[in-house]
Design a protein around this ligand. Structure first.
Ligand SMILES: *[C@@H]1O[C@H](CO)[C@@H](O)[C@H](O)[C@H]1NC(C)=O
Ligand SMILES: *[C@@H]1O[C@H](CO)[C@@H](O)[C@H](O)[C@H]1NC(C)=O
Length: 367
């Protein structure tokens, strides 16, 4: 009797293990590039001030501990991993990223970086875009050592890629200080054109490295984040100069992506209109169940928008009521809403299609 119970539980265990292995194989890999909106903790391993590795960051995770994500809980990549049925991506620098964990994908993002190398120079040691792409190449060699060259290529071309970069090229470069080097070099429309032409090279490099499904997010409403309200707004209105920057940048990004897709003759790049998405809950927070989209949950000064979020900051008690967790970054709940729009939003939000449509399309062509 006792023996058969043991046997039965071993069989259950075997079944669970078999199922979980197939799941690892079935879920597509996920690669993440960009800045603090999508960094899962790479900066914890670097000598930089751009880190989210101390409380109260991570206060709403199961462990209630900071992870390096700029959120009270999950960030945008985490919700996308959920939708793919995968574990969250590990930071590329994590020592746990080896063996079978490589099959899940990897997160190369680094808080503070921009499209341009000179963005975020004050953070000193951060992984700039060209370096993230070099690490992606290095990752592919490690993956090929594990599963063979052909299988590694297949995993990469079937993978979903997310890239979120560009906001820092405005707030941590052009507009960082009055009369910044870039603002003396370019007027705003010319700067935006320059950014888009450099971003295009980054996307083409991703394609060269084998990426075939790349979700590209625009910037949010830059002038409406609590940090900018605190610095630039007397009346609580979004800063018009930064709003103009976002309004110039986002449509040109979509246009560039459409051009690239035409050149490649395939829908390699999917544009997510994060500005529209975030605008929706910034202009009408109540419709999304937020009590405020102006005041950060964690921070100090007007709108809790000044300085860093630390143990000494004001901290709200109900994070779900705040669209912004800290002066720059959405709360976990806002991140979930953004990913819902990426998954099932209309063509106002997603071009040329939403992520659910894309995933369904790919699973049809692969079977
Ligand atoms: C950034 O720096 C790298 C390495 O020096 C260089 O290869 C790359 O072209 C630079 N990118 C831009 C946009 O200047
Ligand atoms: C987006 O995704 C949903 C499925 O979640 C689908 O029903 C809807 O039609 C899609 N919208 C567009 C415009 O493709």
């Amino acid at each position: 009797m006792a023996n058969s119970v043991v046997l039965a539980s071993w069989m259950v265990l075997g079944l669970v293990m078999a199922t979980s292995t197939t799941q690892v194989e079935a879920a597509r890999a996920f690669f993440v590039f960009g800045d603090s909106l999508v960094d899962n903790g790479n900066n914890n391993y670097l000598a930089t001030t751009a880190r989210a590795d101390s409380p109260p960051y991570g206060i709403d995770t199961p462990s209630r501990r900071p992870t390096g994500r700029f959120s009270n809980g999950k960030n945008i990549p985490d919700f996308i991993s959920d939708a793919l049925g995968s574990e969250p991506t590990l930071p590329y620098f994590s020592p746990e990223l080896r063996g079978d964990r490589l099959l899940v994908g990897a997160n190369f993002a680094s808080a503070g970086i921009g499209i341009l190398n000179d963005t975020g120079i004050q953070f000193i040691n951060i992984i700039r875009m060209f370096r993230q792409l070099q690490y992606f190449e290095e990752y592919q060699t490690r993956l090929a050592d594990l599963v063979g060259y052909d299988e590694a290529q297949r995993i990469v071309s079937d993978a979903l890629v997310l890239i979120t970069v560009g906001g820092n090229d405005f707030v941590n470069n052009y507009f960082l200080v009055p009369f910044s080097a870039r603002s003396r070099q370019f007027n705003l429309p010319d700067y935006v054109r320059y950014l888009i032409s450099e971003y295009r090279k980054i996307l083409m490099r991703l394609h060269d490295l084998g990426a075939r499904r790349v979700l590209v997010t625009g910037t949010g409403p830059l002038g409406c984040v609590p940090a900018e309200l605190a610095l630039r707004s007397l009346s609580g209105q979004c800063d018009p100069v930064l709003q103009r920057a976002a309004a110039l940048y986002n449509p040109q990004l979509v246009e560039m992506i459409n051009e690239l897709n035409n050149e490649y003759g395939a829908n390699i790049f999917i544009a997510a209109n994060t500005q529209q998405q975030t605008n929706d809950f910034v202009s009408n927070p109540g419709a999304y169940g937020f009590t405020t989209s102006k005041i950060a949950c964690c921070g100090q000064g007007p709108y809790n928008g000044l300085g860093l979020c630390t143990v000494l900051s004001n901290l709200c008690s109900n994070r779900d009521e705040y669209a912004f967790w800290d002066p720059f970054h959405p709360s976990e709940r806002a991140n979930g809403i953004i990913v819902d729009m990426i998954l099932s939003g209309s063509t106002n939000y997603m071009s040329p299609m939403n992520l659910s449509t894309l995933l369904a399309l790919d699973s049809n062509t692969r079977t």
